[in-house]
Design a protein around this ligand. Structure first.
Ligand SMILES: C[S@@+](CC[C@H](N)C(=O)[O-])C[C@H]1O[C@@H](n2cnc3c(N)ncnc32)[C@H](O)[C@@H]1O
Length: 476
């Protein structure tokens, strides 16, 4: 007998866990619960038929209304309370019990999953099922949001690893009562995390040391209370870990307790940064203390590119190598490539190392500086332009000079003004890389002068419901 999803501070749930010879360990229906019959519909029991992109299970209530339920998986019969019942639109449900588990369920390797951690919900289903679900859901998103029928969508390319693939993890540091804890935010508040199985091996030891040393900060009650804190722990590309503590506020607090705490872990280096808001911590924070070697190295075709610990890089480095290779297969090798939202130039630099030329545009000064230095050191024909691509005014790039554009915007997609410019002036080939299928489908639909010839999904975020997608477009 084992509890599943006993939401802390909420209901205790009893579900029997049994061994079935035909499908390994599975969940069995709680004998005290019966499925509703046709003449006795129950509004708290649901059969989950799908999963939303945010990882919530999708079901229908007996009146036909759609309900989203955290932690429920396709094929599950669950008992859930309706916690949000707006006059229009979908309902939200709080999972109380998995009555009849989906045949696709497998035991989740992380104990935090059973405490309500939402970080790796798809770790509870067979990997093959999750890859197929991602592809089917992508096709459906393209049909529903993009209005596409019959676009070729390839099978999802699996990540080399399902677990321990993330090069960086970020935790909230917050007080629970008197004690400072580190963990992930859930809808029930902070869930302290012992070890996140998504994080790479380099992160495990230093994170454990920091967690063990956390009580030394308990006697500084302002930390994690009036002063919110975030911890970023990141692999440095050479088998070691770097940490960044973001202190959220206007004034620099007494840093000695944090310095002593960071000193307890085998980190190759650390930074403490001050940021006025949580939202601006990456782009708007100021370095206030640093120790050791904090450089994070990206490897591009065997060459190391040094970057700042807060600069953007794909979280799953092994899968991102596949992503870059697959995307560049659709760009002629000796061509002139415009790499928009290029960061330090992961695509543009690799294209140049294969004999092409590139211009990289991004708004992040640190990414541009790192890429420019690398291009100069290796004598690569890559130019860098710093520009906020939210606006087209002032963009000193002539689209007609390029044979292809590679676009890799943030989750929200490409701003309307920029998309229109691209649609009207873009070259014969556009390769659009996106981590948000719905935003991608919306943007492709708006590009009236292009046809989408191929969609390649890459499982950059295994065990989660997120998906990275490459779309290959040709001027019609
Ligand atoms: C998904 S990342 C891709 C980065 C790069 N292609 C890579 O793979 O490393 C999105 C990039 O868009 C940049 N970005 C976000 N908003 C931007 C904007 N308004 N204008 C220009 N670049 C922006 C970020 O700095 C980040 O480098």
């Amino acid at each position: 007998m084992r509890d599943i999803f006993s939401h802390r501070k909420r209901l205790a749930i009893t579900i029997t866990y049994q061994h079935h010879s035909d499908r390994g360990q599975g969940l069995n229906m709680d004998a005290s619960q019966q499925e509703p019959t046709a003449d006795q519909p129950r509004d708290d029991i649901f059969w989950v038929h799908d999963l939303g992109w945010d990882g919530r299970g999708v079901a229908r209530r007996s009146d036909g209304r759609v309900i989203f339920i955290w932690g429920a998986l396709p094929g599950d019969s669950v008992r859930a309370d309706v916690v949000d019942d707006p006059p229009k639109g979908p309902l939200s449900g709080e999972l109380r019990a998995v009555l009849e588990p989906s045949p696709q369920r497998v035991p989740h390797p992380c104990p935090h999953y059973y405490e309500g951690c939402p970080a790796s919900l798809l770790g509870a289903v067979r990997r093959e099922f999750s890859l197929n679900w991602k592809r089917d859901h992508l096709v459906e998103t393209f049909r529903r949001i993009g209005g596409f029928e019959g676009v070729l969508v390839e099978d999802v390319i699996p990540s080399p690893r399902q677990w321990r693939y993330r090069e960086r993890l970020e935790f909230t540091m917050q007080r629970i009562g008197e004690l400072l804890k580190m963990g992930y935010q859930t809808r029930d508040g902070l869930l302290p995390i012992q070890d996140c199985r998504l994080g790479g091996e380099e992160l495990v030891g230093p994170y454990r040391q920091l967690r063990r040393a956390l009580p030394m900060l308990d006697e500084h009650p302002h930390l994690g209370e009036e002063i919110p804190l975030r911890l970023l722990i990141r692999a440095n590309g050479r088998g070691q870990a770097v940490a960044v503590v973001f202190v959220i506020g206007k004034e620099v607090p007494d840093l000695d307790p944090l310095v002593a705490w960071l000193g307890k872990a085998d980190l190759v280096g650390w930074q403490i940064r001050l940021s006025k808001s949580v939202k601006r911590r990456y782009f708007g924070s100021k370095l206030i203390r640093e120790e050791g070697e904090t450089t994070v190295y990206q490897t591009i075709v065997g060459h190391e590119l040094p970057t700042e610990p807060i600069s953007f890089a794909q979280a799953n480095v092994r899968a991102s190598k596949l992503l870059v290779r697959l995307a560049l297969e659709h760009v002629t090798p000796e061509s002139n490539l415009l790499d928009l939202y290029g960061g330090y130039g992961a695509f543009g630099l690799e294209h140049a190392l294969r004999g092409g030329r590139a211009t990289v545009v991004d708004s992040s000064p640190s990414g541009i500086e790192a890429g420019r230095a690398f291009a100069s050191e290796h004598n690569l024909p890559v130019d860098y332009v710093a520009h906020d691509l939210g606006k087209t005014e002032g963009l000193e790039v002539d689209f007609s000079k390029y044979d292809a554009i590679l676009l890799d915007p943030p989750r929200s997609g490409v701003e309307q003004q920029m998309l229109e410019l691209l649609d009207n002036k873009g070259p014969s080939r556009v390769v659009y890389v996106s981590c948000h299928p719905a935003a991608l489908a919306r943007d492709l639909r708006r590009m009236k002068h292009y046809t989408t010839s191929l969609i390649i999904p890459v499982d950059m975020f295994p065990s989660t419901s997120d998906l990275e997608t490459i779309a290959v477009l040709d001027r019609a």
